[in-house]
Write a protein that binds this ligand. Structure first.
Ligand code: NAD
Length: 480
């Protein structure tokens, strides 16, 4: 185990200069329940200074060539790679994920930098006549406010700062108060590569996030988190007509068809549901399994859950860590207890684990009554409901019920038939015989209340630009 000898204390760095703050936020290690670090609780004056620095830096950053910005982002990637062990350790301490997964998360940041750096933002000719050409140019928006959640702190930050900076914007980035440490360290590590003010990490509570959305300087807010917060961000940003990109919650369904090969898919379904202990926006949150394969699937998933090693993410062989915070553990517990009280069968797990920290057994819940909250709400934790259906229309209807529409998948041996069912699902991403496969080159966004706009891919990069249409006359030889 990687014990922290001394409390880690992070300082704010604004405009390239470290500054003291009186207020501190204590950060717990969810595997022990002990405070292992503190970060600055930034004031509104700190926020003003951060936005002022971002505004001052933006024109110079935008005036650099795209190749220059790419080169600096690649330097950022190299610096972060050199510090993989340190950043991964901070992630495991603050979020709970096993160290190998935390290293994978640092790898995500590097992959995002590498892939998005390949895109250019050259003007496009969109109309050409004998008299004129019309170009579409993509310009930076200006200063961006970015707000991230606690499940994948560095990975989701990179989905924002990489495209925003590549497109010539500057950014003030606020991580979740539950997991601010690795992101604050990222801010320190890149401070001597990027010009002051280009990327500022500011730490504080939810109210600091709210202040960011109301601040006059940023022209866009990009936020990943819950639907409830997304709604508040959208309202606040709307008052000043700021642009928004919102990546919000999901309650992703997976439909298992009667011809599915249960032995083959059960481990893959389990992985896609329990990745990061179920704390992934587009993890499988509910399975609809046909009656023909239902009992076999429940038994297979329950067997995998029972043998899954849960523990401190620094210990060897651990597959799932704790929940990332106490409130989330309590929520998962409440949802499972509620399902059981309403007649559901807990096929595996179903209890908190009796040790320090916020651990909960990997849990498979079968035979839920219709309308149970474990089916209709996002649990965001290690408790997977498996729901029986007899006709595929019933599965599609239940999968599409509710306001979420992030991801969805269909599993079966006849992939054409599975694809036809997938075509009926209301979600921003649908998979056949897969789930949770994300990549820097694939646009990702939610339908319905799961989000506004997309991140990733060329479309995601374009969301950090505003469009200018330029009409240019063609001068004919001999004319003036
Ligand atoms: P959250 O909404 O509580 O917090 C997210 C961030 O918003 C935090 O930094 C928080 O401090 C800030 N915030 C809180 N109130 C605010 C306000 N009024 N104005 C501005 N900012 C405010 O979410 P969470 O609990 O940290 O994360 C879990 C949620 O995030 C889940 O619903 C999950 O599905 C979702 N999520 C979505 C995606 C995606 O890409 N769609 C990815 C990961 C997580």
């Amino acid at each position: 185990m990687d014990a922290v000898a001394e409390l880690i204390e992070m300082t704010l760095v604004i405009n390239g200069v470290a500054r003291e703050t009186r207020g501190r936020i204590e950060v717990e290690d969810p595997a022990t329940g002990q405070v292992f670090a503190t970060v600055a609780d930034a004031t509104l004056a700190d926020l003003d200074d951060a936005f002022a620095a971002a505004a001052a830096a933006q024109p110079g950053w935008a005036a650099r060539s795209h190749a220059d910005r790419v080169a600096m982002l690649r330097d950022v990637g190299r610096r972060l790679e050199e510090h993989t062990d340190e950043l991964a350790s901070l992630l495991t301490h603050e979020q709970g994920k096993p160290l190998a997964n935390a290293r994978g998360e640092v790898g995500t940041v590097l992959r995002w930098i590498a892939a998005l750096s390949e895109y250019d933002l050259e003007p496009e000719v969109i109309e050409r006549t004998e008299e004129k050409i019309v170009e579409l140019r993509r310009e930076p928006i200006g200063v961006i406010a970015a707000i991230t959640p606690w499940n994948v702190p560095l990975g989701l930050a990179s989905w924002k700062f990489v495209p925003a900076l590549l497109a010539g914007n500057t950014m003030v980035l606020k991580p979740s108060p539950f997991t601010p440490v690795a992101t604050a360290r990222l801010g320190e590590l890149v401070a001597d590569i990027l010009p002051p003010g280009v990327l500022t990490v500011i730490t504080g509570g939810d109210e600091l996030g709210a202040a960011m959305t109301q601040h006059p300087i940023p022209r866009k807010v990009t936020m990943t988190g819950s639907v409830e917060t997304g709604r508040k961000v959208s309202v606040a940003a709307g008052r000043e007509l700021k642009r928004v990109t919102l990546e919000l919650g999901g309650n992703d369904p997976a439909i298992v068809l009667p011809d599915a090969d249960v032995a083959d898919i059960a481990p893959r379904l389990f992985t896609a549901a329990f990745a990061n202990n179920g704390q992934v926006c587009t993890a499988i949150k509910r399975i609809y399994a046909h009656d023909d394969v239902y009992e076999e699937l429940v038994a297979a998933l329950a067997a995998i859950a029972a043998e899954t090693v849960v523990g401190n993410g620094f210990d060897d062989g651990v597959r799932l860590g704790p929940l990332a915070n106490e409130a989330q553990r309590d929520r998962v517990e409440m949802l499972v207890d509620d399902a059981a009280r309403n007649g559901a069968r807990v096929a595996s797990g179903g209890r908190r684990i009796d040790r320090d920290g916020y651990f909960y057994e990997p849990t498979i819940v079968a035979d839920l009554s219709s309308g149970t909250e474990l089916e209709t709400q996002e649990q965001f934790g290690p408790a997977l409901p498996v729901i029986r259906y007899r006709h595929v229309d019933e599965a599609v209807e239940r999968a599409n019920a509710g306001d979420y529409g992030l991801g969805a998948s269909v599993w079966g041996t006849d992939t054409d038939a599975a694809a036809a069912v997938a075509g009926r699902l209301e979600a921003g991403t649908v998979w056949v015989n897969a789930h949770l496969a994300l990549s820097p080159t694939l646009p990702f966004g939610g339908h319905k209340h799961s989000g506004l706009g997309v991140e990733n891919g060329r479309l995601g990069l374009h969301e950090y630009t505003r469009v200018r249409v330029v009409h240019l006359p063609i001068t004919k030889p001999g004319t003036v």
